[in-house]
Design a protein around this ligand. Sequence first.
Ligand SMILES: Nc1nc2c(ncn2[C@@H]2O[C@H](COP(=O)(O)OP(=O)(O)OP(=O)(O)O)[C@@H](O)[C@H]2O)c(=O)[nH]1
Ligand SMILES: [Mg+2]
Length: 327
Amino acid sequence: MIPDRIPTVPDSKEIIERSFKDIKKVQNFYMPDFIKKLKSVSIQKIQLMEATAKKAIGRVYEGFPKFDDLDRFERDVLFIMVNGKEYESSLNNLRWANGKIVELATNSIRGIKKAPSMLAIGKFRSSFYGRFSSVVEDLDESLSFLRQAREALKKVPQVSREMRIVIIAGFPNVGKSSLISKLTNLSPEIADYPFTTKKINVGMMKMGTGICEVLDVPGLLNRKNHNAIERVALAAIDNIGDIVVCMLDPSEECGYRLEDQEKLCNSLKELGKNVLVVENKMDLERRESGNLKISCTTGEGIDELKKAMEANIRERQGKGDSVFQRA
Ligand SMILES: Nc1nc2c(ncn2[C@@H]2O[C@H](COP(=O)(O)OP(=O)(O)OP(=O)(O)O)[C@@H](O)[C@H]2O)c(=O)[nH]1
Ligand SMILES: [Mg+2]
């Protein structure tokens, strides 16, 4: 699962500045032996910088979901938006940097403890500062990539896997968002032009005594090379839908030929999906066919559609199983 809160990502300059600012906290106490005092102050400074940077980098590393934390749907959607390999390698770079900072700090502290003079102590300390800064600076690309990934992660729809999921799919402009607004508490944008919906809308629908999740996905065209928005819709259909309501607009007011719309429904069936074909806009066009007919404008047929969905889900359940909850 994707965590509710993903940490903000600082840039390397911020991490470096924060770490150097923290060393000012080291108290300048009195000690008769100056070398001993210098060693103690230097070690404390290095330890503070190590802790500050480790905390800042670790917070980002821990806060971002790893590959195995994501289910197939989340992974597909995220990796449509950002490069999967770069995601993994950016997180690995953070982990590596934290290990490297610990190693640098340990070696420098060991050197300082054995250093015979002020000059030697100063050398160990400034060499730590330099190498520390360059390890953190090298993270800049990974951090900036993760900043983008954070935005993408926020766009992955939060879909509960506890409930049955109905996906409303179909060509652009056929009335998918109009239907979800009839079935659920959602009021997505509805407009008389294609590709109005650019992300997955998730609503809850009461069905008999239970609740289902309904997803209104971006419009799909029946073509091989889908764009990123269509691929998000396909990722949902592929991974999480219990029923796919494939909506047709026989009036062709949507701007697409019925023949092409039907091909999309057939290709979803061929993929082995549980497809329920529904004809919308029956107020404009009624034709003879075995499909369910509805009008999102007049509300005709919506109750029958709900019953058909419930029957479809029930049919697929084993006897005694809960219809709406997943086992
Ligand atoms: N006459 C009529 N118009 C409808 C009906 N259902 C939807 N519309 C209209 O069809 C247009 C498209 O509706 P949307 O619900 O935005 O369609 P969509 O499938 O979500 O479109 P995209 O998000 O672009 O894929 C809007 O102008 C709606 O008002 C219907 O049953 N009858
Ligand atoms: Mg829409």
